[in-house]
Design a binder for this molecule. Structure first.
Ligand code: MG
Length: 462
């Protein structure tokens, strides 16, 4: 809406992927004219301006009928009610080949399930997936947005989208499954009895972008992932000769790359694709992470791989073909929540001071090529972000990453990311937990996590 209508910006009331209720997190988000979350140079200015506020005036106006599209005059104060689905649909029609998508959805051997988790994408899913693309209404579950998200937790992952996961891992499962979060920017992609990790998802989209998605038919220029995201995308970038950036966690770093030429007169990274391990995928079409776009990107890849009259090519076979070409990054994340903050900080301080001595060490059969504290020099605005996590980069392409995130009051969360790289010639179809065992042991040894935090096991494994 912001980009199509040339707005100065947009205020979004959002609880993102949090559950509903008075005690839960929610907030007001400001996306500026380029479409993405406002960067610090803008939010800092907004804060400065708030320091100069001398008085507030509150307009005493009646409610606006949000069901009627059009302009309303309220004592000289004009309010226009718009249909955001129409604007979004128009953008998607420029990105994808809707005729091909319709063809896929009409196949008798194709079926899909989209879980809107009683959140915002319910409003978009029926008009776009059913009315325009022809999916049956039974393809959508939890499609009515509810104030309390149906008492659910609208975060699309294997834990909170359990209802969908149960359907997708049952006998006779649909061919394609997907879910989106509370405000529609996250996505989870599933095949029948198959889960696509977010790190693999962005890599598969990148590898197929030029051949399958009209928006990218002239070729991708740049791709990026957040540092803790699995490095599957790196292999694609290397093979296809794309500009690649590994950025700190936070969408603003992607935003700068997407705006590099338009706003800074720098290198053009667009058309651009990016993703995060936390179920965020996006491109420069809206400059935000975009859940439904990711769903359509996957459907478009499926559509392009499925010729009429030929046996169905599944999500699983597309991902397995990808691994056979690029190798597989087995990936998992351990969260240790509610850790005493000073203890967690002591653990990170110990790892930080040991980076030099850890480099070159062999731990649990893994040779550490580099141990460092991740720091990012933004190539667009020259800013430096320090202390973005501890990295242990193994000689074989495997990685162990630690990040510390603090939340006020409830202690700290230590995130431990484990990633085992297996080349195309290796064992590509193992159960992840069976493959990463030695790396987990190495991670616990390198961090002395149990000793520092007193926690024997993680609170969440993703
Ligand atoms: Mg969100």
């Amino acid at each position: 809406v912001i980009r199509r209508r040339g707005f100065y910006g947009g205020l979004i009331m959002s609880a993102s992927h949090n559950p509903g209720g008075p005690d839960e997190d929610w907030g007001i988000k400001f996306n500026y004219s380029a479409g993405e979350p406002a960067p610090e140079r803008i939010t800092d200015r907004i804060y400065e301006e708030t320091q100069r506020i001398e008085s507030l005036r509150i307009a005493d106006i009646g409610d606006v009928d949000l069901s009627a599209v059009g302009a309303v005059d309220l004592d000289g104060f004009s309010v226009e009610v718009i249909d955001p689905v129409a604007d979004y649909l128009a953008t998607l029609e420029e990105v994808f080949d809707f005729d091909l998508l319709r063809g896929l959805l009409q196949r008798r051997d194709f079926s899909m399930k989209f879980d809107a988790m009683h959140a915002i994408t319910g409003v978009y899913a029926k008009p776009i997936l059913c009315d325009v693309l022809g999916a049956p209404e039974s393809s959508i579950m939890n499609g009515v947005p509810l104030e309390d998200f149906g008492k659910g937790h609208p975060d699309p992952n294997l834990t909170y989208a359990k209802e969908l996961v149960d359907i997708m891992f049952a006998e006779g499962a649909p061919v394609f499954g997907a879910a989106s979060d509370g405000d529609g920017d996250r996505n989870m992609i599933l095949g029948g009895n198959f889960f696509v990790t977010p790190s693999d998802s962005v890599a598969v989209i990148a590898a197929n972008a030029q051949a399958c998605i009209p928006y990218f038919k002239g070729g991708l220029k740049g791709v990026a992932r957040s540092m803790p995201t699995g490095a599957a995308l790196d292999r694609v970038a290397e093979k296809l000769g794309l500009q690649f950036n590994e950025v700190p966690t936070g969408w603003k770093f992607f935003g700068n790359l997407m705006d590099s030429k338009a706003l800074f007169g720098g290198t053009d990274y667009t058309p651009f694709l990016c993703g995060e391990e936390s179920f965020g995928t996006g491109s420069d079409h809206v400059r935000e992470k975009d859940g439904l776009w990711a769903v359509l990107a996957w459907l478009q890849i499926l559509a392009a791989h499925n010729q009429p009259g030929k046996p169905l090519v599944t999500v699983e076979s597309i991902v397995k073909d990808h691994w056979a070409t690029y190798g597989r990054n087995y990936y998992c994340r351990y969260d240790y929540e509610g850790v005493d903050k000073p203890k967690a900080q002591a653990m990170f301080a110990a790892m930080t001071s040991a980076t030099a001595s850890n480099t070159g060490r062999v731990v649990q059969g893994n040779t550490i090529a580099t141990a460092d504290v991740f720091e990012y020099l933004d190539p667009v605005d020259g800013s430096i972000s320090k202390n973005q996590g501890i990295r242990f980069l193994m000689e074989d392409g495997s990685r162990v990453i630690f990040r510390l995130s603090g939340t006020a009051g409830s202690g700290a969360t230590v995130r431990m990311y484990i990633e085992k790289y297996v080349p195309p010639t290796g064992q590509l179809h193992e159960v992840c937990a069976n493959v990463v065992g030695d790396l987990v042991k190495a991670a616990l040894e390198l961090s002395s996590l149990v000793k520092f935090t007193g926690m024997e096991s993680p609170t969440v494994i993703t």
